[in-house]
Write a protein that binds this ligand. Structure first.
Ligand code: NDP
Length: 445
């Protein structure tokens, strides 16, 4: 590792103690940049790595709200505006008890390069809270969202920061947040949040975009080996927004989804998962995945197992960070898995990625493969600004093109630096170069 890279990482680690996820994300990106450092001396001379790894702003705030029993609850809210070099901060908000500054910073950092890859003029940000929507009534979720937005509204805006959803934040939560924003600012300001319900100015195909996009990316990757998803057995972790629409598109392209999961365990269905059941359980009833076998003969629930334990050709981690370990990668490879495509953010641990690469399995990092969600969010912003509503087919076509372009950029840089099939390297370099150039052009700010 070059002295500059080593020094940058050491300084960052000492300034951000106990931020392991953030350091994991930065280390992966910085290590990819090694070959650029000698070629572009300005990266060191203009302190690009130092500037790119320090958030422009980080906001933490108290969120007090009253639950259904009249008790006062206190949560913590976050919004990290990491880089506005390419456009307004853009990135989702996560409501989950595991949320802390480290989580939001790693997600916001990843978002910079993901957004750059989309080519759509959006900067990187992320936010959220340690609030857990699970088991809460609609009224509680609404009151929490209103309290959260009562602070957040000072910092967001169509040209400054445009939040969206992530784990625990779907169209319901975005609706409540948008309602409070409207009330506080006396403006309709459709463009201040994306992932809205269609009736509130949301884009058709936004709900499907991340999952569909990951599968479009998988199809592009497999095509480089004259292969496709047709007839492939697949497993998808999670059963939330990304997982459901990833599984739907796999099925549309002729693959079979054998297993899905939630945080309580996995379901396996040898006949192929019935997504109408999963969708009813998760999107409508907000139920647990162990209900599935009660409605589907021949399927089983495994509380102790991850989806990686079931034989498959292609795996799609679509739940959460670091959910696929080295042992999981070994199990996948032993069972003949040929490709892993990340629908979630950083779900594969670094040692697992190394092993998959060593064994010549295709591996797509989330910042490339799951960029379809934020790309369609940017298309939602375009529609709002132009007072237009595009059809599902129009948005889906743009999504497909964007995913193909991202795939092309990744392979271009991987081949240029003689690292064929290294999508981690290709995505990091392609995403970084655009941001670095913009940072440089602005001068020292
Ligand atoms: P959802 O809240 O809709 O679903 C999350 C799913 O993952 C649920 O099945 C959930 O199970 C499971 N899960 C969450 N945390 C854990 C955990 N700690 N252990 C095991 N399972 C867990 O979120 P999304 O589908 O929106 O997001 C999933 C991933 O995709 C995240 O990494 C997110 O950052 C990423 N992503 C999302 C985008 C989007 O457009 N929504 C865009 C790009 C990336 P349970 O219900 O039991 O908690």
């Amino acid at each position: 590792m070059s002295t500059y890279l080593k020094r940058s990482l050491e300084t960052l680690a000492s300034r951000n103690p106990a931020q392991d996820l953030f350091m994991q994300a930065v280390t992966e990106v910085f290590e990819s940049l090694e070959p650029l450092l000698a070629e572009i001396p300005d990266i060191e001379a203009k302190a690009i790595l130092e500037r790119i790894s320090e958030p422009e702003r980080q906001i933490m705030f108290r969120v007090s709200w009253v639950d259904d029993r009249g008790r006062i609850q206190v949560n913590r809210g976050y919004r990290v505006g990491f880089s506005s070099a390419l456009g307004p901060y853009k990135g989702g908000m996560r409501f989950h008890p595991s949320v802390k500054l480290d989580v939001i910073k790693f997600l916001a950092f990843e978002q910079i390069f993901k957004n750059s890859l989309t080519g759509l003029g959006i900067g990187g940000g992320k936010g959220g809270s340690d609030f857990d929507p699970k088991g809460k009534s609609d009224g509680e979720v609404m009151r929490f969202c209103q309290a959260f937005m009562s602070e957040l509204y000072h910092f967001v805006g169509e040209d400054t920061d445009v939040p969206a959803g992530d784990i625990g934040v779907g169209a319901r939560e975005i609706g409540y947040l948008a309602g409070q924003y409207k009330r506080l600012t006396k403006s309709f300001a459709q463009g201040v949040l994306t992932g809205k319900q269609v009736g509130l100015g949301g884009s058709l195909a936004r709900k499907e975009a991340t999952g569909f996009g990951a599968v479009y990316f998988a199809a592009e990757m497999l095509a480089t080996r004259d292969d496709s998803l047709k007839g492939k057995n697949c497993v998808v972790s999670g059963s939330g927004n990304v997982a459901i629409y990833c599984a739907r598109k796999i099925q549309e392209l002729g693959g079979k989804v054998l297993a899905m999961s939630d945080s309580s365990g996995s379901i396996h269905d040898p006949a192929g998962i019935d997504l109408d059941i999963v969708s009813a359980l998760k999107e409508v009833e907000r139920a647990r995945i162990d209900e599935y076998p009660k409605r589907r003969h021949g399927s089983k629930f495994f509380p102790e197992q991850k989806v990686w334990d079931f034989p498959c050709d292609v795996a799609f981690p679509c739940a959460t960070q670091n959910e696929l370990s080295l042992d999981d990668a070994k199990a996948l490879l032993e069972n003949g898995c040929i490709a892993v495509i990340e629908g979630a953010n950083m779900p594969t641990q670094p040692e697992a990625i190394s092993l998959l690469r060593q064994k010549d399995a295709l591996f797509a990092p989330g910042k490339a493969a799951n960029a379809g969600g934020v790309a369609v969010s940017a298309l939602e912003m375009q529609q709002n600004a132009a007072l237009q509503n595009w059809t599902f087919a129009q948005v889906d076509e743009r999504l497909k093109t964007i995913m193909a372009e991202i795939h092309k950029d990744c392979t271009f840089y991987a081949n240029k630096y003689r690292r064929p099939d290294d999508y981690v390297f290709g995505a990091n370099v392609a995403g970084f170069l655009k941001v670095a150039e913009a940072v440089n052009c602005y001068g020292v700010i």
